[in-house]
Ligand binder design. Structure first.
Ligand SMILES: [Fe+2]
Length: 214
């Protein structure tokens, strides 16, 4: 029998963050693991439909729904890896003067402070989703984007550099729903700017390279 490649949840050593409790992280890791599991389950179900090499007319509704759901689960898995992967308990708040990220932000926005105001502004937008700073690999330019749920708004081919989860589950144990700005402040206190700068240079999204085949 054919064994398909599978995903395994990555492990993130993130206790003791500033303003984001261990309790929140534990709950959030469990949610992330659910996305990994659902990605594998949906992939297997789609493979089951495809194994005879065709999609029958009566299979089309189920196939379509599974494929749409896979977009949510896949992006949920990957974005959480970027998110946890750009946090550290030794965060520095802002990137250093003259750092690669700061220079890229200045080239794209004029000043780092303007980039930051835009990123935070995106993060405060109403709705559930993500604020993501991407880099256009064709010219190095940075831009900030709002991603609805996990899959609507990602720019194809752009590289995510800084990924901030602003679903309420990311902060509801620590802050009230209306206190999202305080969570965003806490997020910045924990950003791993060295890790973010590795992404500028084509690094991986998490602390380790994905190997997850079973
Ligand atoms: Fe999340």
């Amino acid at each position: 029998m054919l064994t398909l490649q599978n995903y395994k949840p990555q492990q993130f050593n993130l206790g003791g963050l500033t303003g984001i409790s261990d309790q929140t992280l534990e709950m959030h890791f469990k949610l992330y693991e659910g996305y990994v599991q659902n990605t594998n389950v949906l992939t297997e179900k789609i493979a089951e439909i495809l194994k005879d090499g065709k999609i029958d007319h009566e299979e089309m509704p189920a196939y379509s729904e599974l494929t749409r759901r896979l977009g949510l689960e896949y992006n949920g898995m990957v974005l959480h890896e970027y998110y946890f992967g750009n946090l550290t308990r030794n965060g520095a708040g802002d990137p250093g003067q003259g750092s690669d990220f700061r220079r890229a932000a200045e080239a794209s926005f004029g000043r780092y402070g303007i980039w930051k105001a835009d990123f935070i502004g995106v993060g405060k937008m109403r709705g559930v989703g993500w604020a993501i700073c991407y880099q256009d690999p064709t010219n190095g330019r940075l831009s900030n984007h709002w991603i609805t749920l996990h899959e609507v708004g990602n720019v194809s081919g752009f590289t995510p550099l800084l990924v901030m989860d602003v679903w309420e589950h990311a902060f509801l144990l620590d802050y009230k729903p209306a206190e999202r700005p305080r969570y965003i402040e806490a997020f910045f206190a924990n950003v791993d700017w060295q890790g973010v700068e590795k992404r500028l240079r084509g690094g991986t999204r998490g602390p380790q390279k994905r190997v997850g085949s079973t």
